[in-house]
Ligand binder design. Sequence first.
Ligand SMILES: Nc1ncnc2c1ncn2[C@@H]1O[C@H](COP(=O)(O)OP(=O)(O)OP(=O)(O)O)[C@@H](O)[C@H]1O
Length: 258
Amino acid sequence: MSTPAKISLRNVHKAFGAKKVLQGVDLDVAAGSSVAIIGGSGTGKSVTLKCILGLLTPDQGSIVIDGLDMTTAIRSDHEAMLAKTGMLFQGAALFDSLSVWENVAFGLIEGKGMKPKLARDLAIARLADVGLDADVANLSPASLSGGMQKRVGLARAIATEPEILFFDEPTTGIDPIMGDVINDLIVKCTRELGASAVTITHDMASARKIADRVAMLYQGKIIWDGPVSEIDQTDNPYLQQFVAGDIEGPLDLDLKHL
Ligand SMILES: Nc1ncnc2c1ncn2[C@@H]1O[C@H](COP(=O)(O)OP(=O)(O)OP(=O)(O)O)[C@@H](O)[C@H]1O
């Protein structure tokens, strides 16, 4: 018998008024695997992630995490799910009113009730994991470069040693070299934790590096799902066009909406 998926989406639908964004999304994330959801602008990657996180409620379908359907779960089950989850937000989304170490330690102190002194030591260890020295610990996040802020965001995401990690466009807003550093750190941190990971991105270089599997979202559905090693051999014309970055092809690139 195969192991049940850590995260499993079945027939997930979400519309905003007349706009049908998700129209039957099916996706499995095996325990310990890393899945990248790719797709063009406005295809519903963020909406999918928000549905998984419980920030949006699907109109239809199920989202099962560790055997529990989150679309019908009670609040305490939801909180328990979030407690075993780490998230790297697009733009890092750090609190400027807190120092770097306080940002990293936030979930340890507020979520796990850890004493600040111990949480500070752990935060400094996590900063070292992402290549940052202890001397940034007391700085304000606003004084750091975009790449350093992403590293701090990653240190915060892994601080509580989560079982599940979500990465929202991890390379957006930073240069390609720093993007590659962040990709490498994401791979290292995810592997060290043995976490299951979901990344949403339109950056194929990032998807290739971070993910074991790629799932392509188009017109409200996952139209291709397979190992990263197979994306260059695919005969799926939509994936072929997306991977090649071609203007011409079957993807409905509605330029008016970009
Ligand atoms: N709260 C909302 N209310 C109304 N429409 C929404 C809402 N959230 C998202 N949408 C719409 O859903 C569609 C999908 O948006 P989403 O942000 O998921 O796309 P995306 O694939 O993440 O795009 P990008 O790569 O540009 O971030 C868009 O047309 C967007 O305008």
